[in-house]
Design a protein around this ligand. Structure first.
Ligand SMILES: Nc1ncnc2c1ncn2[C@@H]1O[C@H](COP(=O)(O)OP(=O)(O)OP(=O)(O)O)[C@@H](O)[C@H]1O
Length: 238
């Protein structure tokens, strides 16, 4: 695979005593975390445990009600991009236009190379409805990376894909993340996904970080090499 171009320096992330409630319902309770630049963090845990809420606060989509969230990057304009389970492509724009939407003119050419990196260089003019679910998620991934985010936030990005397509997306994302260097936070229910992609796994339970595990298994990883960590996480989750 060709290299995606200029690597992005990942942002450091500091979360201090973050508390978030929906009305009376407190979802995050004084959560404190620090992510190193370029770190890949997976967030797992029970349904309703606050994973998406944490991601939305990091994305700036939800206000910080109490506590502090700080992005540390040498460029004050460090970009944050979010990718969701549904592709959220604009149906009236081609794949190419979806990828470059919002990029300054000077960055569009380089942004388009990401369509090639996800294997869709030939489909640049196709519209979302002409692409498969897996292809649309690849366009969404190209769009997220084309903006060279210092922080990439992924909320169950491959949850709607079949197992084979998901496995190929894991390989693709693993390669692209190694090359771009973005700090990445991945919310997932899929332990395979977490263990294939992340350097660190957080378990959120009852609004607090119940476990914070570094995953040092060398890459590429498979079920055999990650089995001990998986067993530990499965015990925590069940
Ligand atoms: N906009 C909202 N208004 C009120 N309550 C909300 C809102 N969004 C989420 N919640 C509640 O906050 C809690 C945490 O939700 P969140 O989506 O962060 O959990 P999650 O860990 O991502 O769950 P899942 O794994 O099921 O996606 C849940 O009880 C949910 O019902």
């Amino acid at each position: 695979m060709a290299r995606p171009g200029i690597p992005t320096a990942g942002a450091g992330v500091q979360v201090h005593d973050l508390t978030v409630s929906y009305g009376e319902h407190m979802v995050l309770r004084q959560v404190s975390l620090a992510f190193a630049p370029g770190q890949r963090v997976a967030v797992v845990g029970e349904s309703g445990g606050g994973k998406t809420t944490l991601l939305r606060v990091l994305a700036g989509l939800l206000p910080v009600q109490a506590g502090e969230v700080r992005l540390e990057h040498r460029q004050p304009s460090a970009r944050v991009r979010v990718m969701f389970q549904e592709d959220r492509l604009l149906p009236w724009l081609s794949a190419a236009d979806n990828v470059t939407l919002g990029l300054p003119a000077s960055e569009r050419g380089r942004g388009l190379t990401f369509l090639k990196h996800v294997g869709l260089g030939e489909r640049a003019q196709a519209f979302p409805h002409q692409l498969s679910g897996g292809q649309r998620q690849r366009v969404a991934l190209a769009r997220a990376l084309a903006h060279r985010p210092a922080l990439l936030l992924l909320d169950e990005p491959f949850g709607a894909l079949d197992a084979l397509t998901r496995a190929s997306m894991h390989r693709l994302l693993d390669t692209l993340l190694s090359e771009t260097g973005a700090t990445t936070v991945l919310v997932t229910h899929d332990l395979d996904e977490a263990l294939k992609l992340a350097d660190r796994v957080l378990v959120l339970r009852g609004g607090v970080v119940a476990e914070d595990l570094l995953v040092s298994t060398p890459r590429p990883r498979d079920r055999v090499t990650t089995e001990p960590v998986r067993q530990h996480l499965e015990e925590l989750l069940h």
